[in-house]
Design a protein around this ligand. Structure first.
Ligand code: GLN
Length: 543
């Protein structure tokens, strides 16, 4: 008998509904409940896989290879649970399956309509995500009042009708703006958005009020009266320094009291001790380390969300503040002085990416790290470029290239996964064909680590690890012997594919084909990223 907490947003977007949902779910999990969480996106795209990172931010990849909204990343980071394709769906997916069923005659000649057919499909998917859970937190993307969000609100209304009030809570996240000139917090937009919800038959029971300043009790009481909720149901969500403070802030605001009352649960007493300590170490760390982050799209850091969070996790667990120095790879191409600045950082990070823009700058940073003995970590494209740089500047293969940048290159050091499969005859590798026709590796794959490698040490001497992928290109094993001869070790493999490299004569120069950031959680930081920060700290200590 799963119970449901629906989280809607009012007034405007980007209010932190994802963080609110994750925080509430975290408190419930730490109270001993089996909690699931689901994000529903009202856009028509089937998934964000084909959207530009400038448009949508990061595409988060689940272990089972779903390309999902970045909020799923927050869910995993907060809850320390692996979610799957079932934990995110879009309007596009709902319509696709209804139309597909209609084409196959699944509706026996009926006229297909938003109500009941689309709404039934939505309810089916919500129930599927809730299967086996005590509580499912359902986050509805968008803002109340959006046309495309209506079928989802209708699904929620109908579920309340079906299941009764003890199994469903409606929680509304809204903004209480501060009018600076008057120094006043304003409740009117919230009243309007609650009215809008009530107009379509939904009465929110708990109101989460996002604001810059603390909301005084009188104002909360006024809101409770005007929005017709209990006095203990107006919960403050004041801006915080770290998103990881939010579960603790919500607990202090007493959010679990009405949740337990409405859902007929015994008193909820979450154990947040370990969490609390990590948050303290984020807010007041003992030491700091400087990391150069060499990427593009730096104006939109949302596209590196998981990696930025993974650095925070590593920092929290090492009681260290990780200062990120954003280095625009295109700038680095033109500006020699900027390259020299890299001397003063404790570690250089080259993240994943697509396309040719900025790659020469990234390679300059890689060469600098290699030649100057600076701690280096490369991820996905970062590993491909580390191999290219080595081929060009150490092995002297000047033409060395990736087929991503030159499909006709004669020295295809990085080539398509299809080339690997055709040449090696390897049948074991699971691939995914994208709607645009590209073949990719997506989701979790095993990686065998080389005995005695730095990477194996980072992973606590495990022989076999699992990490997630999202890429089309692979390092060509034809070059392996040449790389090894000159000191580049292949430290990770999967069915003959090169998954990780490192340099023998360097303090710590490691790069991986997978995306370690997707498995990093506050309470379980990714071990490769943790080791990178540890090594940067160590480098700082003897500088
Ligand atoms: N563009 C590269 C590829 O598709 C790397 C992708 C990535 O960094 N995620 O293989």
């Amino acid at each position: 008998m799963t119970k449901y907490i629906f989280v809607t947003g009012g007034v405007l977007s980007s209010l932190g509904k994802g963080i609110t949902s994750s925080s509430i779910a975290t408190l419930l999990k730490h109270s001993g409940l089996n909690v699931g969480i689901l994000k529903i996106d009202p856009y028509i795209n089937v998934d964000p896989g084909t959207m530009s990172p400038l448009e949508h931010g990061e595409v988060f990849v689940t272990y089972d290879g779903a390309e999902t909204d970045l909020d799923i990343g927050h869910y995993e980071r907060f809850l320390n649970v692996d979610f799957s394709f079932k934990n995110n769906f879009t309007t596009g997916q709902v319509y696709l399956s209804v139309i597909d069923r209609e084409r196959k005659g699944g509706y026996l000649g009926k006229t297909i309509q938003v109500i009941p057919h689309i709404v039934d499909e939505i309810k089916h998917r919500i129930k599927l995500a809730g299967e086996g859970k005590d509580i499912l937190v359902v986050e509805l993307g968008g803002t109340v009042g959006d046309i495309e969000g209506l079928p989802f609100l209708e699904a929620m209304r109908e579920m309340k009708h079906e299941y009764g009030i003890n199994r469903i809570i409606s929680m509304h996240v809204t903004l209480i703006p501060l009018i600076r000139a008057a120094g006043e917090l304003k409740t009117k937009p919230t009243q309007h958005s609650v009215q809008e919800l009530r107009r379509i038959g939904i009465t929110p029971q708990i109101i989460i009020t996002r604001s810059e300043k603390e909301i005084p009790t009188e104002l909360k009481n006024k809101l409770a009266m005007s929005c017709d909720v209990d006095y203990d149901c107006v919960i403050g969500a004041q801006d915080a320094k770290s998103i990881y403070q939010m579960p603790i802030n919500f607990l202090k605001e007493g959010v679990l009291v009405p949740i337990a009352r409405f859902l007929k649960l015994p008193e909820l007493k979450p154990d947040m001790k370990a969490w609390d300590l990590l948050v303290k170490q984020i807010l007041a760390p003992q030491q700091e380390v400087n990391i150069a982050f060499v990427g593009k799209y730096l104006n939109l850091k949302e596209s590196y969300k998981s990696l930025i969070e993974a650095l925070i996790h590593a920092g929290a667990n090492l009681d260290t503040q990780v200062n990120i120095q954003w280095i625009d790879s295109e700038e680095l191409e033109k500006n020699e002085e900027m390259l020299q600045k890299l001397k003063y950082v404790n570690g250089i990070l080259v993240p994943g990416g697509f396309g040719e823009r900025g790659i020469e700058g990234k390679m300059k940073a890689i060469q600098f790290a290699r030649e100057q003995g600076i701690v280096f970590f490369g991820i996905c494209l970062g590993m491909q470029l580390a191999i290219l740089e080595f081929c060009r500047n150490v092995l002297g293969i000047k033409e060395a290239n990736s087929m991503e940048f030159n499909p006709n290159t004669h020295e295809a050091v990085i080539y398509l996964i299809e080339n690997f499969i055709n040449q090696s005859g390897e049948k074991q590798i699971r691939t995914h064909t994208s709607p645009m026709g590209g073949t990719m590796r997506l989701g979790e794959y095993e990686c065998t680590l080389k005995e005695g490698s730095k990477l194996q040490k980072a992973y606590k001497n495990q022989k076999l690890i699992k990490e997630r992928h999202r890429h089309r290109y692979e390092a060509n094993p034809k070059y392996q012997a040449m790389l090894e001869k000159k000191g580049m070790m292949i430290s990770g493999k999967c069915n003959g594919l090169i998954e990780a490299i490192e340099l023998k004569n360097h303090p710590w120069f490691v790069a991986v084909q997978f995306h370690p950031e997707f498995t990093s959680r506050l309470q379980a930081p990714n071990l490769a990223i943790l080791e990178f920060i540890k090594q940067a700290l160590y480098a700082k200590s003897y500088k």
